[in-house]
Design a protein around this ligand. Structure first.
Ligand SMILES: [Zn+2]
Length: 348
């Protein structure tokens, strides 16, 4: 085992922003390796090279962390798609692959747990025991395969988030615990998101914050409030979609004719790389310590974020040099769409 990394999470957090990249399930669905609906990461065992490649792309784009793709690789979800027998191998293999690619660039490896859908705030004891058993099982394997820390994410309930944190602490692992802020201001068990983060910090979480659901514009105001409420590190991993006050979470985005855009018709709302680069800088400037990106992310977003934070990445070798394009590079005015496409064709 090669963990923990020579440069630990705490060291990196004390020196600079840690850049993360997630959205593996979404991206691998687009690439044809994960089924939308169940979103179970069967790709880990069925097409491991596809997973290796995406890890490598995020690494080349500047991600400091390889997150093991164990999102939704828990007992209930796997049973639902008839792969309950693959549970242990899927979890172990995901962590092994994350380690393998992290070693290519000195990245950290994060174990990953998420909301289980098993937690019931009306029966916190009984349902909490089921959740705890799932987390213990998943993270037990992750520890054996080697992780630097755990990302417990897309939490809807503070109660479930606290169970994830406790299991990390029992295993001696630093925990980054984040909420999916789907609702306007509070978790599904009724805690204001800011207060919920404060409680997690008080219970010893290394990093608290938000991931998924919100895009940059609707996540930033909440992040500022969280930053002023806690003394620990803060994480922000928005989705690269243009959420707005009218639709603060991407789950509620819809097209002009009222069709749901989530989860597989979101392209019209996609943020450009420039918007995500801008987010990275704004998040850093308000004191966010772990800046990342969630569902919908592409390597081009991650590279732009890394470069906006002042870093050169292996993929920066191929960063845009539009001035070298035979037409666009010499056109000092805004061109019409037709002319633009003609220009690209001529340059191709
Ligand atoms: Zn996400």
């Amino acid at each position: 085992m090669t963990r923990p990394s020579n440069r630990t999470l705490q060291q990196r957090l004390s020196e600079e922003v840690v850049l993360g990249a997630e959205g593996y399930v979404f991206e691998l669905e687009r690439r044809g390796y994960v089924q939308a609906g169940p979103f179970v990461p069967e790709v880990i065992l069925d097409e491991p090279d596809a997973l290796r490649q995406l890890h490598r792309e995020f690494l080349r784009a500047g991600s400091d962390v390889m997150v093991a793709l164990t999102y939704y690789a828990h007992r209930d979800k796997l049973k639902a798609v008839g792969r309950g027998d693959d549970l242990e191998e899927m979890n172990r293999q995901a962590v092994r692959i994350a380690n393998e690619i992290a070693a290519e660039g000195g990245a950290l490896v994060a174990g990953n747990i998420c909301n289980t859908w098993a937690y019931d705030p009306k029966a916190p004891e009984a349902s909490g025991a089921v959740v705890r058993a799932q987390y213990e099982e998943q993270l037990g394997w992750a520890v054996e395969e080697g992780v630097d820390f755990v990302i417990a994410e897309t939490n809807d309930y503070l109660g479930e988030a606290l169970i994830g944190l406790e299991v990390c602490q029992e295993l001696g692992l630093p925990a980054m615990v984040t909420f999916a802020s789907v609702q306007a201001s509070a978790t599904y068990d009724g805690y204001d998101y800011v207060e919920a983060c404060r409680i997690l910090a008080d219970h010893g979480a290394t990093i608290v914050g938000l991931n998924c659901s919100r895009g940059p514009e609707t996540m930033l105001p909440l992040l500022e409030a969280i930053r002023s409420a806690v003394d620990v590190a803060v994480a922000a991993q928005p989705v690269p979609y243009r959420t707005s006050p009218a639709a603060p979470a991407f789950e509620s985005l819809s097209s002009a004719d009222g069709m749901h855009a989530f989860p597989i018709a979101l392209e019209p709302f996609q943020c450009t790389r420039f918007e995500m680069a801008d987010f990275a800088v704004r998040a850093r400037d308000i004191g966010v310590n772990y800046v990342g990106i969630c569902c919908g992310a592409g390597p081009h977003h991650v590279r732009a974020m890394a470069e906006a934070l002042g870093r050169a990445t292996p993929a920066s070798r191929y960063s845009p040099a539009i001035e070298l394009h035979p037409v666009l590079g010499t056109t000092p005015r805004v061109v019409g769409q037709e002319e633009l496409m003609g220009g690209w064709a001529a340059g191709a």
